[in-house]
Write a protein that binds this ligand. Structure first.
Ligand code: UD1
Length: 364
């Protein structure tokens, strides 16, 4: 069986790594890894391959930056010849980035089955490019592998046949569980005992200059009481430069994007994480670290109902109040959602190779 994986942007790498490893342990499976090149900087891509133990991509389409239409079109036209040449039995796509939908669409037109890892998540906000990518990818996938039961419900509402859908758990947590022991050596000597860790890169937060300026101003205020460490995504860096916003002061620390292990190490000890990322909402829930999500909605509602995540919307007073609450020790108690157990990739490998029945029998 020949399985071809597609990765393109930073959050894909930690999802693909455990699935690739689980399939490598299965006999009779050949794998090809294709990188679209959507993310291309060393610190947005290569360093993740190194730390996560992903092999170098067999093929890199090197499509680089561009508008959504241009990026999606370039990935599609670069990927079609790869499918025609490699003729995989199955293509695995991850998450909700432009590379995910572009390559799933190529496969659907060439009648090559697609398995979507992290299927079924919905923010119900179609102003988010990722929501469009999720809905379309799920409609054209043959196998839908969901991280939590809300994903199965969403897919059922969209008319997707139940036999295509498998609740497997969260593959990102597989990587976290595997890598956590290695974070102990990644704690910077100058790390304060209490601090806020910040990431912001969504268009809704960084493309509106006034809003971005207000957030930076509030982070600066917070940093008077609680040091703030902020690894800045290239998109955000560019917007800050363009708007000539320089939020940097002694205790608000703007840094380059961090490698996986170094960022995870900072998450494990943070007093609070302030973010608009999807994956970080999940990681903080697993770690039991308070998370404030600067968005009006989330496609990962289980992190708010079961986990430590709180949606603060686009509201500076909410951010301020929630940080004060956390500093008073009033933190939200969370639990880890079912099947976020480090074994999602094994379940996926069993399904993809048709050995699911054998696994179920041996564990019963
Ligand atoms: C993409 C995903 C988003 C994901 C995020 C994680 C889509 C629609 N969005 O957003 O869901 O949360 O990745 O990072 O697919 N850039 C660099 N170097 C890089 C990568 C990007 O400088 O290695 C620059 C690009 O040139 C571009 C900007 O960052 O100007 C945005 O990159 P892009 O891939 O378009 O989307 P992201 O905002 O990273």
């Amino acid at each position: 069986m020949h399985i071809l994986h597609v990765v393109g942007a930073r959050p894909n790498f930690m999802k693909a790594a455990p699935v690739y490893a689980a399939l490598a342990a299965c006999s009779g499976v050949t794998q090809t890894l294709v990188h679209s090149g959507q993310h291309y900087d060393f610190n947005m891509s290569d360093v993740f391959f190194q730390q996560l133990g992903l092999p170098a991509p067999d093929i890199n389409l090197q499509i680089g930056p561009g508008s959504h239409a241009r990026q999606t079109a370039l990935i599609m036209s670069g990927f079609e010849p790869v499918i025609l040449d490699k003729k995989p039995d199955l293509v695995v796509v991850y998450g909700d980035v432009n590379s995910t939908v572009a390559t799933a669409l190529v496969c659907a037109k060439l009648l090559v089955p697609v398995a979507h890892v992290e299927a079924g998540l919905r923010s119900f906000d179609r102003t988010m490019p990722e929501e469009i990518n999720r809905v379309l990818t799920d409609q054209i996938s043959s196998l839908l592998l969901t991280p939590s039961a809300d994903g199965n419900e969403n897919l059922a509402h969209e008319g997707i046949a139940a036999e295509k859908v498998h609740l497997v758990g969260n593959v990102m947590i597989d990587t976290l569980v595997r890598m956590l022991p290695q974070t102990a050596t990644r704690i910077p000597a100058e790390l304060p005992s209490r601090y806020a860790l910040v990431t912001l890169h969504r268009p809704s937060n960084v493309d509106d200059t006034d809003w971005l300026g207000s957030i930076l101003n509030e982070l600066s205020n917070i940093s008077a009481e609680l040091p703030v460490w902020f690894p800045v995504h290239p998109r955000t860096r560019e917007r800050l430069r363009h708007a000539q916003i320089n939020g940097h002061n002694g205790t608000l620390r703007l840094m380059d994007p961090l490698p996986y292990l170094d960022f995870l190490a900072l998450q494990t000890r943070a007093t609070v994480v302030i973010t608009d990322s999807g994956g970080i909402q999940e990681e903080t829930t697993y770690l039991g670290i308070p998370c404030l999500t600067v968005r009006e909605n989330t496609e990962r509602p289980i992190t708010t109902t079961m986990g430590t995540n709180t949606l603060v919307g686009r509201s500076i007073p909410r951010v301020r109040d929630e940080v004060k609450r956390i500093l008073r020790g009033e933190t939200k108690n969370g639990t880890v959602p079912p099947l976020w157990d480090g074994k999602a990739s094994e379940r996926i490998a069993a399904i993809l190779t048709g050995k699911q029945a054998a696994v179920a029998q041996s564990s019963s």
